[in-house]
Design a binder for this molecule. Structure first.
Ligand SMILES: [Mn+2]
Length: 424
């Protein structure tokens, strides 16, 4: 199933007059409109291969029908998302759930749909069929050198798959940790992790990076060996310039000030990028912006300020990825909502009056500082984001277009009602 340009144009037709009025209204007050529109058009967010089916729950999994049965079908689904929103031009693969057996054919399919391959993700948090050593008690931190070696070799294999596809980053998340006090020697676990990562680092091609993700708990509930940004940054600093810290929004204890973490990692040149999602309680992997859109805006506010301070390109110089799960929504609709939420927060942060904010901070004018941030946050920037989509050939209302052309029903006809995509 492909969404054709004429589908999108026909769908846009019914919304265009209202959109034009709304766009002109908000655009009239945007100082640097051309620059904002260019930045919005250039800003893309990577879709993870594991989010195109339902899943991500340790309880029941309820297939929505027409789930992709293969890597090729996952790429086609990302093609649908990108055709509609023109903001999802890449896919992040998870190995071994999505092994590209025929790299040149996979690359050609992606290129046809205007897609490229972002970071590849390794998996040492599950045992695979026929695997010699178990990861029950960890992988890169394991007390047994043979287990560590197997996990290192897996990561090197993932780099090889990624290199064939034109990817240039390895994303590492470990479930390594302990469930009970006394189970683990923290220093030995950290040191083993460092040494394992050093072996992986040594295998990185010249232009590659390794992104070290952290998470405070789950599946281990007493300690996680890379539990927070400090532990990740410590490893990244010891590893070298190709290593940096990946921030997954759901991987923080409740009420953590994530925007402050982001600001300092950026200052140190050690922010790799993001796994976007939202959460109410823990690593809930909910749709981006569905629970706390103000926090998302505050994070983007720090990103724009911090990236501009270092002369970075917003669209290209960090990894922007979604890491979410869907159990009750159509995954494609959910991903469209997540990308929209990210672009809204980004657009709002581009509207922050930076000079006035600096002046307010310098004079300790706290009320004014809040006024400036909330002026931007409370601006309805949706017409700006929609206009950027329109100008690049996307849909004014991606979900409306997706529904009008009954994409899911067509996918069910093609693939069947009871298909289950690989993943958790
Ligand atoms: Mn993640």
């Amino acid at each position: 199933m492909r969404v054709e340009q004429h589908h999108i144009d026909e769908n846009n037709h019914q919304f265009i007059d209202k959109h034009q009025r709304q766009f002109e209204y908000v655009a009239a007050d945007v100082q640097n409109l051309d620059e904002v529109m260019q930045k919005l058009a250039a800003f893309n967010i990577t879709i993870p291969s594991w989010a195109l089916g339902t899943g991500g729950t340790r309880f029941g999994r309820f297939s929505g029908g027409g789930e992709p049965r293969s890597l090729e079908e996952k790429i086609e689904d990302v093609g649908v998302i990108h055709a509609l929103n023109k903001s999802s031009d890449s896919i992040s693969l998870h190995i071994p759930w999505d092994i590209p057996e025929n790299a040149s054919a996979i690359k050609a399919l992606a290129a046809q749909l205007g897609l490229r391959f972002d970071a590849v993700n390794s998996n040492t948090f599950q045992d695979q069929p026929g695997q010699e050593h178990s990861y029950k008690f960890g992988s890169l931190h394991h007390v047994d050198k043979a287990v560590r070696k197997q996990a290192v070799e897996h990561n090197i294999q993932v780099i090889k798959y990624g290199a064939e596809l034109g990817s240039n980053a390895l994303s590492v998340w470990l479930s390594d940790g302990s469930n009970f006090p006394g189970q683990l020697n923290f220093r030995n676990a950290f040191q083993n992790t460092l040494e394992s990562l050093q072996e992986i680092y040594a295998a990185l091609p010249d232009d590659w990076k390794v992104w070290v993700e952290y998470k405070p708990y789950e599946p281990n509930f007493y300690s996680t060996t890379i539990g927070d940004w400090g532990q990740s940054l410590l490893l990244a600093n010891k590893l070298g310039p190709k290593a940096s810290t990946l921030v997954d929004l759901g991987h923080h204890l409740p009420n953590t000030n994530i925007e402050q973490i982001v600001s300092l990692l950026l200052m140190e040149g050690k922010l790799a990028g993001f796994h976007f999602n939202d959460s109410k309680y823990g690593d809930d992997d909910l749709t981006v912006g569905s629970i706390n859109p103000y926090q998302l805006f505050l994070i983007f506010n720090e990103l724009v300020e911090g990236m501009d301070a270092r002369g970075m390109n917003h669209a290209r110089d960090l990894g922007w990825m979604i890491d979410a799960s869907h159990n009750v929504k159509d995954p494609v609709e959910d991903l469209l909502q997540s990308v929209e939420a990210i672009k809204i927060a980004y657009a709002q942060s581009l509207l922050v009056d930076r000079e006035a904010l600096v002046a307010a901070q310098q004079s300790n004018d706290v009320a004014q500082a809040q006024e400036i941030l909330q002026q931007a946050y409370r601006t309805d920037v949706r017409p700006l984001v929609a206009e950027a989509r329109l100008r690049t050939g996307g849909a004014l209302k991606p979900i409306a277009a997706y529904r009008q052309y009954e994409v899911r029903n067509n996918l069910i006809k093609e693939r069947g009602l009871k298909t289950v995509a690989t993943g958790l």
